[in-house]
Structures are given as structure tokens and as C-alpha cells.
Design a protein around this ligand. Structure first.
Ligand code: NAD
Length: 490
């Protein structure tokens, strides 16, 4: 059994999709493992009017267990509900009273986690009232968890951060990027800093380029009205991709702690070249899907304007101006309605300077580059492509793969990202959350691309569902005499 952690959780937006689909089931997993046991309490809040019993039944349903599952019934007995409009200042006194009661009932030592699973426009208001109305006035810890998106550009993110900072200091703010909760993303650090073989080659002398692909098979589904105001650049690049890239690019931290890891990630992001207009136009490609593969076009989706110029695909080339990476590009791409659903990182090494095997009379195919692929999802694992001799007479080489995949049993036992992240918040460990500095540097980079795009009218739609995006995404890399490692019709 895991060590028990003690806290009150107040979920704002506690009847929302995220809460029922991800947060409560993750809390239940923590309960089954013993991290949550006797000393925890949950208050769900939203504008909806529900009794405690109704809310407990809803939570029970969200866990996907039988209604009679004794463990689940005991778990939900720690849940209470308070209808609460977050803009109603006076009502925070009712919340405070309820929180104090829960604290006493479950002996929570005044520890409080305020989880804002709400529209971001409410974050500042809630944080302000939590402090002014005394909910943070306890002897224990007070932490606030913020869902994405954190702003829609640098200016709005800064405003949001200033509003939050009036009530909570940086160490108390946990900005969720659920990619950081994924097992294989955390494995990037293990593989890099746990292996001399890898880290000694992890630089521009031996690595030709790094490719990060976050590919989605689905379209916008029911999130169209949100997505049409966001797009792939804001929704995926500014947060998830920039986080993955900074883990790949950073120097070795002094120690494996949140403070030291963040310091290195920030340093890496600071050396990312912020593009001027010409560079942004050349090094970034956007796309929007048209019809095809039995799918309708993005512009024909429900709640999407027929003339929308929103990006459902982005590909780009990132350059770091530092000693480790100068001259080694990072290519990134993400999009909706692509060929498959997966996330992977391909690290392409330089070929041997001299290929001694391909002398003319040997007819040997030229050596291929070594590639270290990190499979993030849906399958988790690694693959290292090496060149080896084929069996038999003569001397021919061919690429072989050394593969490792997390087996089905281990992958079942892998905690869900939200389970891991909620656990980290209880521990007060910010390693797998985005710091304000990381968020701000990522926005500064992305804003430059956005500004250039806002000035130009794109020729949309420009890719078909089931493909890997527009032709320009392939040209982006082939003009550098390189290829995407993952590509269709190889
Ligand atoms: P949702 O619309 O399903 O739920 C929103 C919740 O907020 C509801 O409980 C609603 O009653 C409550 N609410 C709205 N206005 C309120 C008010 N004035 N006072 C009190 N409560 C109010 O949204 P969601 O999908 O659960 O998303 C919540 C947050 O999480 C958003 O910031 C979203 O961007 C983020 N997020 C969601 C997902 C997801 O998979 N759903 C994924 C990543 C991030």
C-alpha cells in the first residue's frame, strides 16, 4: 500500500466532463492504492443544484464499478456537494463553512487543493475570492490546480498569471499539461540521463535531427466551438509539444527535483530561436482538413463557420541557438484527422562519415541512419535502429531494430496521467507541471508564428483525412534533404 496523503479537494467545475471522465476515476485509483484512505474529503461545486447523495451517485456512476462495490461506496462517502456560482462572492462563506466541516470530519490538517476545472475566464475570479474570503486561511498547505489553456497568447497568459499570483505564489500553482503525466514522457529523462550510451551522443555532433509527432485520427468532435478559437498551434504546440521538446533539448539538471528540472527546461526554451516574419513563414506550415475518407471537411463540422481559417494541422522546424543543438533542427507536427492516433519521438543520428561497405563492386545499399524512436502512445516503448550484416555469403548490411515495449500487464498497471498528477499535487512536487516561465517562453515563440499567420490568408482546405497533413509538411523537411521517419507509402 502507498503512503497515505491528507487533503481536502475542492473541484470547481465538479460536474463537468473532465471531472466525471478523468478526475474522479483517477482519485478512485489513488484510493484503491492507499494514497487516499481515511483522511481525505472532496467537495464538488458547480452551478447545478444537487444534493450530496445525488452527487455521490453521479460520481459512483463515473467510476464504472457496480453500484454495490463496497470500496467504491466507501470512497464516495468522502464526497460532498455545494451548488456555487464562482462569481458570487458572498457564497464563498458557505463554501468556507463546508470546507471547515469536512476538515474536522476527516481530520485534514487544513490541507487544501483547489482544482479549477472551469473555463479559464474564471480562474482569476476564483483565486481572488478563495483568498479574500479566507478559504486559504488554514494551517495546512493551499495549492491550486489549473487546467489548460493557460491564456491564448503571451499577453493574456501574463494577465492570468498576475491574477493568480495575487492569491497564490508560484510554488502553490500547478498548471496541468497532462502529457507530462504520461509514463513515456517521463521516460525521456530516464533514458537520457540514465544511460552514458545515449547522453554522450545527445548533441549536434551525433544527432542529425529530432522529430516529434502528435497525430490524432479524430476530428474536432463536440469541441468545435472551443477548437475553432484555438487551433492546433495553440491547442497542441504551445503546451504539449513545447514541453516534450524542452525535455529533449535541456541540459542535465543538477538534481532530479522540480526546481532543477524546471531551471534546465527554461534555459532550453530561452535558447529556442524566436522567428522573424521571414523565418516563421518558411519554417512553419499550417493545414486544415477538407473532405475525404468518408469524413466531412472541417468547415462543414457542426459549430464551425463555413469560412473558418482555423488550423487543424501544424508542422514546424525549431532551432536552438546553443552549443548542444546549433545546426540540429527539431521538426514537429500535429494535426487532426490524420492517418492514425499516436505520439512518438524519432531521434535521427548522423550516418557514419565514411560508408566503407558500399564500394562499387559490393552493390551494398548505403547505410541507413541510426534512429532511436520513443513510442509514447498508444504503445509505450523504444526502438533503436542499427545497421547489421545480413546472414550468409558476401557482405551486405541491413537495418535491424532493437525493440522494447511495455508489456500488457505493466501497461495496465501504469497510472493514468491524471492519477499521477493528482498524486504529485498532494506531494507538492511540481516536476510534471508547467512553470510560469516555461509557459511564457512557449507563448513568446508561438505568438510570432501566429502573428505571421494572421497577416496571410491560407489556402484551405489543404489536406485529406487519413493522410499525414498537407504536402507542404513533407516539403518542409525534404528541402533540408531529410525525411519524416514515420511516413505513409514508404
Ligand atoms: P464542462 O463544460 O464539461 O464543465 C464545466 C463545469 O464548470 C461544469 O461543472 C459547470 O457547471 C461549471 N461552471 C460553469 N460556469 C460556472 C460558474 N459561473 N460557477 C460555477 N461553476 C460553473 O468543461 P470540461 O470539459 O469539464 O472542462 C473544464 C476545464 O478543463 C476547461 O478549462 C477545459 O479547457 C479543461 N480541459 C478539459 C478537457 C476535457 O477532456 N474535457 C481536457 C483538457 C482540458
Amino acid at each position: 500500500m502507498a503512503a497515505e496523503r491528507t487533503s481536502l479537494f475542492i473541484f470547481f467545475g465538479g460536474t463537468g466532463d473532465l471531472a466525471y471522465r478523468k478526475l474522479y476515476p483517477s482519485m478512485f485509483n489513488l484510493y484503491k492504492k492507499g494514497t487516499l484512505r481515511e483522511h481525505f474529503g472532496v467537495i464538488g461545486t458547480s452551478r447545478e443544484k444537487l444534493t450530496d447523495e445525488q452527487f455521490q451517485q453521479n460520481v459512483l456512476k463515473s467510476l464504472g464499478t457496480a453500484k454495490t462495490d463496497k470500496e467504491a461506496v466507501k470512497f464516495v462517502s468522502h464526497f460532498g456537494y455545494e451548488a456555487h456560482d464562482v462569481t458570487d462572492k458572498a457564497h464563498y462563506q458557505v463554501m468556507k463553512k463546508r470546507a471547515d466541516e469536512m476538515d474536522k470530519k476527516f481530520k485534514l490538517n487544513g490541507n487544501r487543493i483547489f482544482y479549477l476545472s472551469l473555463a479559464p475566464s474564471f480562474f482569476g475570479t476564483v483565486a481572488g475570492y478563495l483568498k479574500s474570503e479566507g478559504l486559504t486561511d488554514t494551517d495546512g498547505f493551499d495549492r491550486v490546480v489549473i487546467e489548460k489553456p493557460f491564456g491564448r497568447d503571451f499577453d493574456s497568459a501574463q494577465q492570468l498569471n498576475e491574477a493568480l499570483s495575487k492569491s497564490f505564489d508560484e510554488k502553490q500553482i500547478f498548471r496541468i499539461d497532462h502529457y507530462l503525466g504520461k509514463e513515456m514522457i517521463q521516460n525521456i529523462e530516464a533514458v537520457r540521463f540514465g544511460n552514458t550510451l545515449v547522453e554522450s551522443l545527445w548533441n549536434n555532433r551525433y544527432i542529425d535531427n529530432i522529430q516529434v509527432t502528435l497525430s490524432e485520427k479524430l476530428g474536432v468532435e463536440e469541441r468545435a466551438s472551443y477548437y475553432d478559437n484555438s487551433g492546433a498551434l495553440r491547442d497542441m504546440v504551445q503546451n504539449h509539444i513545447m514541453q516534450i521538446v524542452s525535455l529533449l533539448a535541456m541540459e542535465q539538471p543538477v538534481s532530479f527535483t522540480d526546481v532543477d528540472i524546471r531551471a534546465e527546461k527554461v534555459k532550453a526554451l530561452r535558447s529556442l530561436r524566436v522567428y522573424n516574419v521571414a523565418e516563421a513563414s518558411t519554417n512553419f506550415v499550417r493545414g486544415q482538413y477538407g473532405p475525404g475518407d468518408n469524413q466531412r471537411a472541417y468547415r462543414d463540422e457542426d459549430n464551425v463557420p463555413h469560412d473558418s481559417n482555423n488550423d487543424t494541422f501544424v508542422a514546424g522546424k525549431l532551432l536552438f541557438d546553443n552549443y548542444r543543438w546549433s545546426g540540429t533542427p527539431f521538426y514537429i507536427r500535429t494535426g487532426k484527422m490524420l492517418a492514425d492516433k499516436f505520439t512518438r519521438v524519432d531521434v535521427v543520428f548522423k550516418k557514419p562519415l565514411i560508408d566503407i561497405f558500399s564500394f562499387p563492386q559490393n552493390h551494398n545499399a548505403p547505410l541507413e541512419a541510426n534512429v532511436l524512436t520513443m513510442y509514447i502512445e498508444p504503445h509505450a516503448g523504444f526502438s533503436l535502429r542499427l545497421n547489421a550484416k545480413t546472414n550468409g555469403q558476401g557482405f551486405q548490411t541491413k537495418p535491424i531494430n532493437l525493440d522494447y515495449f511495455v508489456d500488457a500487464k505493466d501497461s495496465k498497471a501504469t497510472p493514468e496521467p491524471y492519477e499521477r498528477l493528482i498524486h504529485d499535487v498532494m506531494k507538492g512536487d511540481g516536476t510534471n507541471f508547467s512553470s510560469w516561465q516555461e509557459v511564457s517562453y512557449a507563448w513568446r515563440f508561438v505568438d510570432q508564428i501566429r502573428k505571421v499567420w494572421d497577416l496571410q490568408k491560407p489556402e484551405f482546405p489543404n489536406y485529406t483525412p487519413g493522410s499525414m497533413g498537407p504536402a507542404a509538411a513533407d516539403e518542409l523537411i525534404t528541402r533540408d534533404h531529410r525525411q519524416w521517419v514515420y511516413r505513409l507509402n514508404k
